[in-house]
Design a protein around this ligand. Structure first.
Ligand code: HC1
Length: 568
């Protein structure tokens, strides 16, 4: 162990620690902007400067390593002045548009300006020449607001293994963009939005579609239905000051009714349905020497990733549409018929933790109902904005129930929102359907948690089913490479695009970090335990749907409405 003194306080840390981590251990706050734990430690922004006795110049705390006996001062006049000057230089070419910026009140640059006492813009420099890139259906880039911290580049490369963006050009022309300054919509960006979660400003954010939803809600000719993704119920509360992981399902339903939606339904219903279809697909492939491993297909960023980077494995993908898209197709067919409503007048809105769901909703093949299956996918953040615009006091809302039939679900549908959840839901159903026996415990602990790749083996009537779970596309690469090389042979793989699964989706409240992801996951399993039914095949509304409309899993109608194809 090493001992140093920070602001007169002795601190002990392990060798190799930085001054920043030592200060954090001692509860001393040092401001940072470019720093991103474990991913982006480049000392570029110079806002974490500290004074080290004996050193010739101020040191960046995020990269400077602790030396035994070091004496550090984090709050001297020289430190305060240097940090403020560096921030003022960053602000000198930053557009002064805080009042109208999507990150207003939740911008790290704005918060730092307040914290460091910057009360005037002393240096008004030239603004970067690059225009806003709105070529992607999901992600908007505003280079003018970029502070070149490179966090987005680090996440895209090191976590997702995509590298759709990197640092281009030099000097004042430096910009974070796709190679050759190509539009984002034309490159291999998978729309996961992990960049938007770590961007300290609004240089990268989701496409705001709230105006389209307000317009639909105000249109008397439209019957507007909404579906809520599993992960939103454990995160939307954060937009209103609640603890991450607070389960606010009933308040979410009430809030959506207050906004004026005609019906409030649940994506968990079609998550249960997905298990019926995908579980049947797995059993069919196992019994008929079909292509294995079967790989889950509900995460649209993952789908775009495999289409770009592993097209040879597309036959391994389940042909199931995602629950979001199954919902849209059923809302404009089954529900329309049942409710006696012209499907042309039905407008389907999704509330998703995900930016890639916007991209998925507009994929050309997603119209098997005869109409666009899902009209608009909003992120959790966009919903939070709408609720604030409507003046809804979220925390004081009563708990309300979803509408039926598309609002009825089980705990298996809820756990889709956490990494390992689709696999666990599938195992609960596959085990009982194949063996005819009841599971003594529904909790498949081996597939839970934040480990990047998880494995399990489950005995089904004497056959051992080998499964794997990966979340984050860098981890997906590890699994796919192991399968391709023959090192691993699984029967079934769950892949979710975002770290932690959908609870860590790119459309979730900011901040989203490892600790917050863990709390949201705990919320998901809590919600599962509280559900009266926890297995998809026991969902009574799904059973009625098959009896009245679909016939059977993998039947003709299912194929028409609930399954899809992929693009190379
Ligand atoms: Fe997901 Fe899914 S779990 S993809 O993570 O399969 O976004 O929450 O809605 O469609 O159900 C997201 C979450 C979500 C779908 C489901």
């Amino acid at each position: 162990m090493l001992t140093l003194t920070i602001d007169g306080q002795p601190v002990q840390v392990e060798a190799g620690s930085t001054i920043l981590t030592a200060a954090q251990k001692a509860g001393i706050r040092i401001p940072t902007l470019c720093y991103l734990e474990e991913l982006n430690i480049i000392g570029a922004c110079r806002l974490c400067l500290v004074e080290v006795e004996g050193a010739r110049a101020l040191q960046p705390a995020c990269v400077a390593q602790v030396v035994d006996g070091m004496v550090v001062h984090t709050n001297t006049p020289a430190v305060r002045q240097a940090r403020r000057l560096n921030l003022e230089l960053l602000l000198s070419n930053h557009p002064q548009e805080c009042l109208t910026c999507p990150r207003n009140t939740n911008c790290e640059l704005q918060q730092l300006a307040a914290e460091l006492g910057v009360e005037e813009i002393r240096f008004a420099g030239e603004i970067t020449p690059y225009d806003t890139d709105d070529s992607s259906p999901a992600i908007i880039r505003e280079p003018r607001k970029c502070v070149l911290c490179r966090r987005c580049v680090a996440v895209c490369e090191k976590v997702q293994g995509v590298s759709a963006i990197s640092v281009q050009e030099r000097g004042f022309d430096t910009v974070v963009a796709p190679a050759f300054l190509a539009p984002l919509g034309d490159v291999s960006c998978v729309n996961c939005g992990q960049c938007s979660l770590v961007c300290p400003t609004a240089a990268i954010h989701e496409r705001d579609q709230t105006a389209e939803v307000w317009a639909a809600l105000a249109d008397p000719g439209k019957h507007v239905v909404v579906q809520t993704a599993p992960a939103v119920r454990v995160s939307i509360g954060e937009m209103f000051g609640l603890e991450p992981g607070s389960v606010v399902t009933g308040k979410l339903v009430a809030a959506l009714r207050r906004l004026g939606f005609d019906r409030v339904f649940d994506t968990d219903f079609t998550a249960d349905l997905t298990i019926m279809e995908e579980g049947s697909e797995l059993i069919h492939r196992l019994q008929n020497e079909g292509r294995l491993p079967l790989i889950t297909s509900c995460s649209p960023g993952w789908i775009k990733f495999i289409e770009h980077f592993y097209p040879q494995l597309l036959p391994n993908l389940s042909t199931c549409k995602s629950p979001q898209q199954m919902f849209g197709a059923l809302a404009k067919t089954y529900y329309a018929q049942k409710a006696g409503i012209d499907p042309a007048s039905i407008f389907v809105v999704s509330i998703m933790p995900c930016t890639a769901k916007k991209y998925e909703a507009q994929r050309p093949e997603m119209n098997s109902s005869g109409y666009r299956d899902v009209d608009v996918a909003l992120t959790t953040r966009e919903l939070g904005k709408m609720l604030k615009q409507a003046g809804i006091d979220f925390d004081s809302l009563p708990e309300e129930e979803y509408d039926d039939p598309l609002g009825i679900s089980t705990g298996a549908g809820v756990i889709f929102g956490a990494t390992g959840g689709v696999m666990e839901a599938a195992l609960r159903t596959a085990y009982e359907l194949v063996t005819g026996q009841s599971l003594s415990s529904l909790d498949f602990e081996e597939v839970r948690g934040l480990e990047g790749v998880k494995e399990a083996a489950v005995s089904l009537n004497g056959t051992t089913l080998k499964v794997a779970v990966a979340h984050g596309l860098g981890n997906a690469r590890r699994v796919l490479d192991a399968v391709t090389s023959g090192e691993k042979d699984y029967h079934f793989i769950e892949i979710m695009c975002c770290p932690g699964g959908c609870i860590g989706g790119g459309g979730q409240p900011i901040p989203t970090n490892r600790e917050i992801r863990a709390k949201r996951i705990a919320g998901i399993y809590h919600a599962d335990r509280e559900m009266p039914l926890r297995k998809s095949h026991e969902n009574p509304a799904v059973q009625v749907l098959y009896r009245e409309f679909l016939g059977k899993p993998l039947g003709h109608k299912s194929h028409e409405l609930l399954h899809t194809r992929y693009t190379t």
